[in-house]
Design a protein around this ligand. Structure first.
Ligand SMILES: [Zn+2]
Length: 131
C-alpha cells in the first residue's frame, strides 16, 4: 500500500506481509495478530462505548490509550505471530502507476488486488479466490 511495501489482499484478516524492497531479491515477513489480549480489549471502557455506538472522537483520550497500552505492554508473542523471513519477488510498475494486466482476461488491475496463481498474476474473479 502506498509505497508498495505492504500489500492489501482483501481477505479480512488481521495480518500483513511486510516487504523489504531494499533487499536484492525481496524479503518479506508475515505478521499476524494473536488474540492473546482480546478479552481485556473487549472489556475496556473504549470498546464498551464503541459497542454502544459512541463515536471514537467522543471517547476520552485516556480510555483510547488504555487499549493502546494493553497491546503495547503485552509480551510480543501474545499479540503477534511473526513468520520466517522469506524471499518475496516484487516488481515496480512505475510506468503504469500500479496497474498490470491480468494474465487471464487481460484487463488492467491495481497490483494491490492481483492474485498470484502459480506463476500467473490474475484479477480476483479470474483467480477464483472469491468463490
Ligand atoms: Zn482477469
Amino acid at each position: 500500500m502506498g509505497k508498495g511495501n505492504i500489500e492489501k489482499a482483501g481477505w479480512g484478516k488481521l495480518a500483513i506481509t511486510l516487504i523489504d524492497k531494499k533487499r536484492e531479491k525481496g524479503g518479506a515477513v508475515r505478521v499476524s495478530y494473536k488474540p492473546g489480549r482480546h478479552k481485556q480489549i473487549a472489556e475496556s471502557a473504549f470498546m464498551k462505548k464503541r459497542g454502544m455506538g459512541v463515536s471514537p472522537t467522543e471517547i476520552p483520550d485516556k480510555e483510547a490509550w488504555e487499549i493502546v497500552n494493553i497491546i503495547w505492554d503485552a509480551p510480543e508473542d501474545e499479540v503477534l505471530s511473526i513468520g520466517e523471513v522469506k524471499q518475496y519477488p516484487w516488481e515496480e510498475y512505475g510506468e503504469i502507476m500500479g496497474l498490470r494486466p491480468c494474465d487471464d482476461c487481460g484487463e488492467m488491475v491495481s497490483v494491490a488486488y492481483l492474485q498470484v496463481v502459480g506463476d500467473r498474476h490474475m484479477c480476483i474473479p479470474c483467480s477464483g479466490y472469491d468463490e
